[in-house]
Design a binder for this molecule. Structure first.
Ligand code: C2E
Ligand code: CA
Ligand code: CA
Length: 558
């Protein structure tokens, strides 16, 4: 302690008390006159009194004061971070209660700090390393490997965890994550024993239902594949939760050191990419990273970046392809098809970029652009026989957005386009999957004059009773079903049955991808209502379409 210590103050205090006692004893002696004998006795008593009280005070107070000084020094040490040095013995001797309290307090603070540390490093649901500590520890493990030392990094994403969480609730979801963690730990432990490797495998939970494992000295691609199969098998076993037997399954991506990357960041990126690939190619799979996969992913990233600027650079365009009635040859609708005029000069078809636009969410902006462009185009069209009903393709991501229908109606109102100039196409798969609120909005569009069509019918799965309940006008038979009808009686029979089914649902049947006159002939006999395809016209620019429509009005005789 700076300045006067408590002990020094206690000594001077005790000294003062001794001095006061001495003076009081002296005064007591003086009270009895100037008798030298009594005076001498008083002096002696005063001296003894003073010395004794000084000594007693000095001993008691100074001992305690020394203990308090020591305790204060210890508290200051603790404040500077020292929570482990024991409380000095002097404190325990003079003030045992204080010593015990200090020890207890430091123990508690130490325990709290350990808990905070554990919370920061471990995931509280599974007890596994969290993202931060997984990264730190995995980085350390990778650095400790010899130059060509091998390691395998696994990225695991559960396939159907969301369904468990949504149906059983978060508490059961957490329970399942804990069980997943235990299975992963068990495999890591078994592997460590099998390989007798120096370093233990590391298991972590990155977030949600994503787990990572790092196996040092895993035995290259073969060893990693074996571990991967064990992980997949373990996660494919049912989980017994809340009296139910649940299968979640998982998609697993693997990246190897040194084959694919050396740093943790690069390995994690590669394993993540492999996992993503496993997921998108049907889930429940194991995928080892490869340079080809890396190239494909890099290409996708480039495509996404290119797409990002495409709207600003006004690179999208709309082509038009008519649908013609087989009854009277009239144009019954015109499908609007998206094109991307890439800066490299090669026009891209939707198949080349729509999936990436969907995955990245860019389809929302592109779809909004298309709606605006269709409304503007419809406004430009002559209000005569050439003005077609424009059929617009809607993407799944687009229609689930709450603001989509508001934007659509707003764009149409601004361009003064009534809904009876439009038709909306939804693929069979999307129509089967979308929820009741979306169906209700689509029903309102239809009630206000729009026509609703199911696209690509026969290419996906349909639930017929659901189909019957949807607000529909037309069903477009997928081109894959049409392709064989001219030469193959079986294909013809199927399309015939499909046309009857569509009529049974109260809808018009439209054949897509009709390329030949022979197909046209078959479709007319079968009773199909309308056709679209190269046999009528290829997708055209707006100007070409208007010229075509002018000529077609008089010339089409199917
Ligand atoms: P889809 O809706 O089935 O469109 C018909 C596709 O068949 C078009 O391909 C069209 O060019 C092509 N086609 C037309 N006639 C024939 C034919 O006789 N033979 C063959 N083999 N093909 C024919 P496209 O333009 O490449 O469009 C592909 C898909 O991209 C469309 O399939 C549609 O699902 C989607 N798509 C196009 N435009 C848009 C759009 O603006 N928004 C959204 N979300 N999707 C769009
Ligand atoms: Ca379509
Ligand atoms: Ca189609």
């Amino acid at each position: 302690m700076d300045g006067f210590s408590l002990k020094a103050r206690a000594i001077s205090f005790a000294f003062s008390i001794g001095a006061v006692a001495f003076i009081l004893a002296m005064l007591a002696g003086l009270d009895h006159g100037a008798d030298p004998r009594r005076l001498a006795i008083s002096v002696i008593v005063a001296l003894i009194c003073g010395v004794m009280s000084w000594a007693a005070a000095e001993n008691a107070i100074a001992g305690i004061a020394a203990a308090v000084d020591a305790a204060a020094g210890r508290v200051i040490g603790a404040a500077q971070g020292d929570l482990s040095t024991p409380t000095p013995a002097a404190v325990g001797e003079a003030l045992p209660d204080l010593a015990e309290a200090l020890d207890g307090m430091f123990r508690q603070v130490r325990a709290n700090l350990d808990a905070v540390h554990a919370l920061a490093m471990f995931d509280s649901v599974t007890g596994l390393a969290n993202r931060t500590s997984f990264r730190r520890e995995a980085d350390r493990m990778l650095r400790a490997l010899p130059g060509e030392g091998d390691a395998a990094l696994f990225f695991i994403d559960l396939d159907h965890f969301k369904a468990v969480n949504d149906t059983l609730g978060h508490a059961q979801g957490d329970q399942m994550l804990g069980m997943v963690a235990n299975r992963l730990r068990a495999i890591a432990t078994a592997e460590a024993q099998r390989a007798k490797a120096g370093a233990e495998p590391l298991v972590g939970r990155l977030a949600g239902d994503e787990f990572t494992l790092l196996f040092p000295e895993s035995g290259g691609a073969d060893g990693a594949a074996r571990i991967g199969r064990a992980l997949l098998a373990a996660l494919n076993e049912p989980f017994e939760i809340a009296g139910q037997s649940l299968i979640v399954g998982a998609s697993i991506g693997i990246a190897l050191r040194p084959d694919h990357a050396r740093t943790l960041t690069a390995l994690m990126r590669a394993a993540d990419a492999a996992m993503y690939h496993a997921k998108s190619s049907g889930r429940g799979q194991l995928q080892l990273y490869s340079d080809g996969l890396g190239e494909a992913i890099a290409g996708k990233v480039r495509l996404e970046n290119d797409l990002r600027g495409a709207l600003d650079r006004d690179e999208f365009a709309l082509l038009l392809q008519p649908q013609v009635s087989l009854g009277d040859g009239q144009v019954v609708a015109t499908e609007v098809l998206l094109r991307w005029n890439h800066p490299d000069g090669v026009q891209r078809l939707p198949d080349a970029f729509l999936a990436t636009a969907e995955d990245s969410g860019l389809i929302i902006d592109i779809g909004n652009w298309a709606i605006e462009a269709v409304a503007a185009m419809a406004e430009r069209f002559p209000r005569s026989g050439a003005a077609p009903r424009l059929a617009v393709n809607l993407s799944p991501r687009q229609i689930v957005r709450a603001d989509f229908f508001v934007r659509l109606r707003d764009a149409l109102a601004r361009h003064k386009i009534p809904l009876n100039l439009l038709e909306f196409e939804l693929t069979e798969t999307v129509a089967m999957a979308c929820g009741d609120p979306v169906i209700a909005e689509i029903g309102r569009l239809r009630a206000d004059g729009a026509r609703i069509a199911i696209d690509d019918f026969g290419a996906g799965h349909s639930n017929l009773s659901r189909l019957r309940r949807l607000p529909l006008d037309r069903i477009k038979i997928d081109e894959s079903l049409i392709a064989g009808i001219a030469d193959d009686a079986g294909a013809r029979g199927i399309v015939h049955a499909v046309v009857n089914l569509i009529h049974g649902l109260g809808c018009d049947a439209v054949a897509e991808g009709v390329e030949t006159d022979a197909q046209l002939g078959v479709l007319r006999v079968i009773g199909c209502d309308a056709v679209q395809g190269y046999a009528i016209a290829k997708p055209m620019t707006e100007g070409d379409y208007l010229s075509w429509a002018d000529v077609a009005r008089s010339a089409i005789a199917l």
